[in-house]
Write a new protein. Structure first.
Length: 173
């Protein structure tokens, strides 16, 4: 007979694993790619995409959490953020995302969003989690593809490591 899974615990664990995948990626991304310009854009770099991930987390924390005492961490400067600064910032924004998820879990599965002027997604915790995970996965994949397209194919330890969720889950606990 299979064991029952606590959905609230699974939501929290899933976020921690996804966050760890994102941090793993930026910890191992070759330094030479950090300032690389994104082809077809006038000024966007890999560094800016990386900073956007943290800043998007901050936007959601601010928008959904401010009425509930959840403070958003400071955004990073996408033009100057270093790898070390980003990893520290991602830890802070991960904590805020966890607070939003826990708020929603404690409110019966929905993140209270009254007074929020703009929302492009349902605010039940499962939809919110899926949205945030998909957003970060999109940008990690974008960077992997940019590296390939510009002749900087990433080592299998990095690209394969993005899919080692069991290993990342153990690192996240």
């Amino acid at each position: 007979m299979s064991q029952q899974v606590d959905l609230a615990d699974a939501v929290i664990a899933t976020w921690k694993t996804s966050h760890r995948v994102t941090v793993f990626f930026f910890e191992h991304l070759p330094s030479g790619l950090w300032p690389m310009a994104v082809p077809g854009t006038s000024r966007k770099t890999v560094r800016m995409i990386a900073g956007h991930i943290h800043n998007a987390r901050c936007m959601w924390i601010k928008m959904l959490g401010r009425n509930h005492g959840i403070r958003a961490p400071k955004s990073v400067n996408r033009q100057t953020v270093t790898r070390r600064e980003l990893v520290r910032a991602l830890e802070r924004s991960s904590h805020g995302i966890l607070e939003l998820l826990e708020l929603g879990i404690n409110q019966g599965g929905r993140i209270p969003a009254s007074g929020v002027a703009w929302l492009n997604l349902p605010v039940d915790v499962v939809h919110f989690l899926a949205y945030i995970v998909a957003h970060e996965g999109h940008h990690r994949g974008q960077i992997v593809l940019l590296a390939r397209q510009t002749g900087h194919r990433l080592p299998i330890e990095i690209t394969g490591g993005l899919w080692q969720w069991s290993k990342r889950a153990k690192e996240a606990t």
